[in-house]
Design a protein around this ligand. Structure first.
Ligand SMILES: [Zn+2]
Length: 241
């Protein structure tokens, strides 16, 4: 999967929902199911609007909607929910277009994949990735911690012995697998970010997903590793000529 960085903003317009990748088939993109959008405001916000205590753009609504995979055979459904708020456009040419609803999702289920997980990835790790994808919308700090757990599980899978801390463990992995430099750097970066408690920035978490995608591609994408060994064989053969 190419970088999908532009998809994962904190908010989007109700009329321009990003084309998220499908969590089921990993090939299609998701589109809003027509007429599935609903939003409500709580009674106290309604009263504040009625008494003009607040202006309409200050009223926070709760919304939900459904997305569906564009590939007819798949048709996976994703439920999205969060806050919505009226926002004034910069371009005010037409009065009727002056405002739009900006949606801030607080959850998606099942959550679209933020990284391509090769089909030969162990089940346990796939599950951890799914949890990390879901946590991305709920709590970025918890998502970063989950990524750290994924690093631990990758090291378990590679039979890297337990160590007093993750840094030491990753260093011993580097010693035994010096060829996997990209993967080593990815794991170290993700390991570092996950170890700091509190809030993780959206960009940093997205960096982690991109790096982990590289790492698991190197490890579990059979097609990629076959290509790499074929390339190596060709290089070796030429070396002997
Ligand atoms: Zn699909």
């Amino acid at each position: 999967m190419a970088s999908t960085r532009e998809l994962w903003g904190e908010t989007f317009s109700k009329d321009e929902i990003p084309p998220y990748p499908c969590p089921l088939c990993n090939r299609g993109t998701l589109h809003c199911v027509p007429d599935s959008f609903r939003q409500k405001i709580s009674r106290d916000v309604e009263e504040q609007l009625e008494t003009q205590w607040i202006d309409p753009p200050d009223a926070v609504h709760q919304f939900n909607l459904f997305l569906q995979c564009g590939i007819a055979k798949c048709g996976a459904i994703v439920s999205v929910q969060g806050d919505s708020q009226l926002v004034e456009r910069d371009n005010r040419e037409f009065v009727e277009d002056r405002y739009f609803y900006r949606l801030a999702p607080q959850g998606m289920y099942p959550a679209p994949p933020l990284a391509a997980v090769p089909k030969d990835t162990p089940k346990l790790l796939k599950k951890e990735f799914e949890t990390a994808f879901a946590l991305f919308w709920i709590d970025l700090g918890a998502c970063a911690n989950r990524l750290r757990i994924i690093v631990e599980k990758i090291l378990d899978h590679q039979r890297v012995p337990a160590a007093r801390d993750l840094a030491t463990r990753i260093a011993s992995f580097k010693n035994s697998e010096p060829d996997h430099a990209t993967m080593f750097d990815a794991l170290r970066f993700v390991g570092n970010i996950g170890s700091h408690e509190g809030k993780a920035s959206r960009d940093t978490v997205l960096d982690c997903f991109e790096l982990l995608q590289e790492a698991i591609g190197e490890l579990f994408d059979q097609r990629k590793s076959k290509l790499a060994s074929m390339k190596q064989r060709i290089v070796n053969a030429k070396g002997r000529v």
